[in-house]
Every structure is written in structure tokens, then in C-alpha cells.
Design a protein around this ligand. Structure first.
Ligand SMILES: *Cc1c(COP(=O)(O)O)cnc(C)c1O
Length: 241
């Protein structure tokens, strides 16, 4: 395990862990017979300081994921000097946070109900922006997690596809936490099957699935975006889970 001390934020350490994760992504893609460029890394920086993000950026990382609207907005403002940085809002989203997210996020991963679709579109329109969105599916049927049911995808996705200021690009899932990462793969396969049922990769090119402990299995099942925090930035203090 990586410990959560300040050393985790030393630029050299972050660059080294980033390279290690990129290497694991490449070999997982290769093993799955996929092109390496098909899988992109979102560095999940929630709870981590600005300098950790700057260190990852200096090492070439451009996509960053944040869970909390306010934290995302503050970091996006403070890091606005970094060209080409892409902000992914990956956390569960309350309707009253749609405004701030629509102002700063480039991609919103956890869109799971029609009222949220409507609000994001309205707020994106007001800001003259177009947001890429993914429909989150609760593939494990877990009460503690967000995401619509597999049967609910059609309504949420259909609503998003009718919005002028949203571009629906894919599906997202958080698999149940299981000790054995191989046991998680059926959940990733289920998300891919859902994507195939809703138009396939042509309509929904992105599958956002896989985290620090299970991203290799997600890549084997077709992930195009993996969301990795701990393996890059070290563990998070309590309250920033
Ligand atoms: C925190 C978080 C991640 C990253 O988790 P790690 O285990 O630190 O890699 C990925 N996706 C979501 C939705 C998260 O909330």
C-alpha cells in the first residue's frame, strides 16, 4: 500500500507513479488486443492539492477527475494557466450543483436521471457551453451508489441526446468493490453490453470504467477511460473518499 504522507506529492513520485500506471494501461490494452491509444487515463485528484495536479500536468497528464463541484470549480480557476487541461466531473451530482459544474467541467460522468440532464443542458446553454456527458449505470444494483438502472438508460440517454448543449458520448460505471479484481469483470462486461444495446461504439464511443484496484479488468472489457486516483496520488485522508 502507498502511505498517505506528504511525500506522495513530490513531483518526482507523481511522475513515476503516473508512468507506472500508463505502463500498466498499455500492457492491459495490448493483452486485450486493443490499440494503446484507445484507453485514456483520467487522473482523479479529489482531495489532493493544486501542486499534485501541477506535477502530473508537468509529466504530461491532461485529463483530471474531481468529485465535488466546489472543489472542481476552485481548482479549475486556480489552474486556468495550464493549457489543454480537461476537467472531468466524476462524482454524484446534486441538481443544485449543476450550475457550477456546467461552468467548469468539460465532461460530466455521473448523469443518471432526466431532471439532471435537463438542468445541465439549461446551465450549459446559459454559459454558452457544450458538455460531453456519460450516463452512469448502477451495474451492481448497490443502494449506496448513484447511477440509473440498466432499464433506465434509455430514458436518460434519450433525454441527453435531445439536448442542444449536451453531447452524450458514453456510459460510466463504478463496479462493486471486490477483493479479487477478476471477479469484477462481469460488471464491466455488463456495461459494455448495455452500450451495445444502445447503439454501440458508434453512438457511444466512451466507456468510463475501472479505478486503481480494477482498471486492468475494465480495459480487458473495453474501457476507453479509466479513472485512477490512489495509484497516482497516494491514498486519500478520511473525508475525501
Ligand atoms: C475516487 C474515485 C475514483 C478513483 O478511485 P481510486 O480508487 O483512488 O483510483 C474513480 N471514480 C470515481 C467515481 C471516484 O469517486
Amino acid at each position: 500500500m502507498i502511505s498517505a504522507d506528504q511525500d506522495d506529492h513530490r513531483p518526482g513520485d507523481i511522475a513515476a507513479r503516473l508512468a507506472e500506471v500508463q505502463g500498466r494501461i498499455s500492457s492491459a490494452a495490448r493483452q486485450a488486443g486493443r490499440a494503446e491509444g484507445e484507453v485514456r487515463l483520467i487522473a482523479v485528484s479529489k482531495g489532493k492539492p493544486e501542486e499534485a495536479i501541477r506535477a502530473a500536468y508537468a509529466a504530461g497528464q491532461r485529463d483530471f477527475g474531481e468529485n465535488y463541484a466546489q472543489e472542481l470549480a476552485e481548482k479549475a480557476a486556480r489552474l486556468s494557466d495550464l493549457p489543454g487541461i480537461v476537467w472531468h466531473a466524476i462524482g454524484q451530482l446534486q441538481r443544485n450543483k449543476a450550475k457550477v459544474v456546467a461552468q467548469v467541467a468539460d465532461v460530466v460522468h455521473a448523469v443518471d436521471r432526466v431532471e439532471l440532464v435537463t438542468e445541465l443542458d439549461r446551465r450549459a446553454a446559459a454559459g454558452g457551453r457544450v458538455l460531453r456527458v456519460l450516463v452512469e449505470v448502477n451495474v451492481g444494483g448497490e443502494a449506496t451508489k448513484g447511477g440509473c438502472t440498466p432499464e433506465g438508460v434509455e430514458a436518460v440517454l434519450g433525454a441527453a441526446q435531445r439536448c442542444a448543449h449536451l453531447r452524450s458520448v458514453g456510459l460510466m460505471a463504478i463496479a462493486p468493490y471486490l477483493e479479487d479484481p477478476a471477479a469484477v469483470r462481469p460488471y464491466f462486461a455488463a456495461l459494455r453490453a448495455l452500450r451495445d444495446r444502445h447503439g454501440g461504439a458508434e453512438v457511444l464511443p466512451e466507456l468510463s470504467m475501472g479505478m486503481s484496484h480494477d482498471f486492468e479488468g475494465a480495459i480487458a472489457e473495453g474501457a476507453t477511460w479509466v479513472r485512477v486516483g490512489t495509484a497516482i496520488f497516494g491514498s486519500r485522508s478520511q473525508g475525501a473518499q
